[in-house]
Design a protein around this ligand. Sequence first.
Ligand code: ADP
Ligand code: ADP
Length: 225
Amino acid sequence: MVRFDQVSKRYAGGKEALSGVSFELDRGELAFLTGHSGAGKSTLLKLMMLMERPSRGQVFVDGQNLNRLRQGQVPYHRRKVGVVFQNHQLLFDRPVYDNVALPLQIAGYSPLDCARRVRAALDSVGLLHLEQRNPIELSGGEQQRVGIARAVVNKPSLLLADEPTGNLDPELSAEIMNLFVRFQQVGVTVLIATHDIALIERMGKRRLILDHGQMGGDLHVGNAG
Ligand code: ADP
Ligand code: ADP
């Protein structure tokens, strides 16, 4: 589902954020991406969402070489990739429902299709009962779940998360991680960048370790995927 082939990224005026990174993620696999602050985790995720382009090497998502994607295909690519941020980036001037519906409205879904998909996404994170609330009234864990619902509302085949539990206590963090596992169980490929080593050790999943822009480890735990 994902293949990095000798990928390097140097920002304009900066040092190399990624150096010769190669790895593969199978369809339906869940892996964690760890490494010190500045190791290159966000950069690696941004290359998959086409928020950045590699300086060298190739990134494949769902069989597509992203270097070969024409500008007009970028919106279709982004629909295949759901993204969850630490700060969830919700809009506080509209209810939960509208926040989750946003990617569908951009993609041009009819209101009826939109309603069906938004409710399915909210149901998948256990928040159907809060659809008319303003996200500002919700707890941090609930806000993050709204962010996840918005990320999956397009039914992406790849789900990326950048420090999704960064602001949450351990119990809520575990709940959020279990949500990601549930998406994996229905066939979504999931990659989660996180500092939370204690939590991911308990999850028993594959762990990719970045160290100063290089792939410093790829730990497969049992056959947990
Ligand atoms: P992480 O997510 O592991 O903290 P990042 O991918 O954010 O790491 O950053 C990797 C390196 O690239 C860091 O040295 C960071 O300062 C640098 N970097 C990230 N984004 C940019 C940018 N837009 N311009 C210049 N340097 C950047
Ligand atoms: P994280 O550790 O979660 O990646 P950062 O604080 O490193 O967060 O980065 C926050 C944002 O700033 C990111 O979009 C990143 O690309 C950008 N950034 C990081 N380092 C630099 C840099 N040296 N120059 C310009 N932008 C940067």
